[in-house]
Design a protein around this ligand. Structure first.
Ligand SMILES: Cc1ncc(COP(=O)(O)O)c(C=O)c1O
Length: 424
């Protein structure tokens, strides 16, 4: 098949008739397929089932602490040491708390509003306007969390090296710009990893807000599928650049053990940690040490944890292969779309012909394939080109992913032809 832009009107019309008839065959199949949220599959969560055996009574004592009783806000020393090893920081910089990282991110922002952060002049709730920088395409829950506090969101282009520093710098003189959302490794959805240059540029920014904060959501820090991409240690870069309190680095075991029932943590400077802990001490006497204990028994050490992640990668790889193979075979020759080839993470980010993404999502929905709503990866759900679609192949079976990709490819062709014929 020739690239669509090279087809004359008659050829485009003939192709459209063909694609429409292929599309109509899907309507009769009553499909129920879903490529929306990036959830681990049952096969993946099964990898961690022996964690339950770790709850057996072998003393319940770790670090000379009885995990069944109150206390130890911030996590057991041994589990802090394990994640310090994973993130390349000091155990004294780690706070473990709660079941998932989004609630910890929410909590840091929430404390900024109620009490202010370490360098705040006043709580953010007392400020007239709070603005946050949002590299996009990005994670919709970050944007929605910000909106729930009434923040104003500023879109920043994401380049293959990370967010555009040029665009960020334009906002640094505005004291109401209080921070930036970053998914620095295998980003959601583009799968890009920030370069050292980008990390250093973020640390050398001169924001007008003294409490400008980088929310470093390292959700996919050890989640390679094809190849690892090393990420610079943002905490030590910030230290080196004289802004040690600028960053909070988050991660969780949602996509390591159990999604939403794992451990969440952040790493930050000792000063930030002490400040945060002082406030958190009013909130709880301590998080679940039973869960920390079970995770420690199960994960053991960094080497064992990385071996466990390889098992996840083996389950995910065929599904990512299926997505990329379908796009290479069915869409690549047509010259109507582009997509990224991630080395890890949970998504394939697809860029349809401009102004067709919403139509593709609608066409898919009508024949039983659910996709993340077009625009969801942008602040205010506003993708200016209506082009980006986030493909999440982790949860369905391989067969379902293959079937879903057949449907998606036909819908991509359908919407492109419809758009091209519109202007004839
Ligand atoms: C970038 C990013 N951060 C956070 C999360 C949610 O993590 P948790 O389950 O730890 O709240 C996700 C889940 O998809 C994500 O993609």
């Amino acid at each position: 098949m020739k690239p669509y832009p090279q087809l004359d009107n008659n050829a485009l019309k003939n192709e459209f008739e063909l694609v429409k008839s292929q599309y109509s065959t899907y309507a009769d199949l009553h499909l129920s397929l879903d490529l929306t949220r990036g959830k681990p599959s049952s096969e993946q969560v099964n990898l961690s089932n022996s964690i339950m055996n770790c709850a057996s009574d072998d003393g319940f004592i770790i670090d000379r602490i009885d995990v069944r009783n109150y206390g130890v806000l911030g996590g057991l020393p041994s589990i802090r040491a394990l994640f310090a090893d994973v993130l390349g920081v000091d155990a004294s910089q780690i706070f473990i708390g709660g079941n998932a990282s989004l609630q910890l991110m929410y909590d840091v922002i929430s404390k900024a509003y109620t009490h202010g952060l370490l360098h705040s002049v006043q709580p953010w709730s007392k400020e007239k306007t709070i603005k946050f920088l949002c590299p996009c395409p990005g994670y919709d829950r970050h944007f929605n969390l910000s909106l729930s506090f009434g923040m104003e969101l500023i879109p920043i282009d994401l380049t293959p090296e990370g967010p555009s520093i040029e665009q960020i710098e334009k906002h640094m003189s505005d004291p109401s710009v209080k921070g930036i959302w970053c998914v620095p490794k295998f980003s959601n959805p583009d799968g890009i990893t920030y370069s050292k240059r980008t990390c250093e540029a973020l640390a050398s920014l001169q924001p007008a807000a003294p409490d400008f904060t980088i929310i470093w959501d390292n959700a996919y820090c050890i989640h390679s599928i094809y190849k690892d991409e090393p990420l610079p240690n943002m905490l030590s870069i910030c230290q080196d650049y004289g802004c040690p309190d600028r960053v909070y680095m988050f991660m969780s075991t949602s996509k390591i053990t159990y999604a939403g029932s794992g451990l969440a943590l952040f790493a930050t400077s000792e000063n930030n940690l002490e400040y945060y802990k002082r406030l958190a001490a009013y909130q709880t006497i301590g998080y679940s040490k039973i869960n920390e204990y079970m995770h420690l028994r199960f994960l053991k050490d960094k080497a064992n944890l990385l071996a466990h992640m390889q098992k996840h990668a083996e389950i995910l790889r065929p599904k990512f292969d299926a997505v990329l193979t379908a796009l290479d075979k069915n869409i690549s020759p047509l010259n109507i779309a582009t997509w990224r080839r991630p080395n890890g993470g949970y998504f394939v980010s697809f860029y349809a012909m401009p102004h067709t993404a919403s139509r593709i999502v609608e066409l898919c929905r009508l024949v039983g394939l659910k996709l993340t709503p077009a625009g969801a990866t942008y602040p205010y759900s506003n993708d200016p080109l209506d082009s980006n679609i986030r493909i999440a192949p982790s949860y369905p079976t391989l067969k379902e992913v293959e079937q879903a990709m057949d449907v998606l490819c036909i819908c991509v062709r359908y919407a492109a032809l419809e758009k091209m014929l519109e202007s004839v």
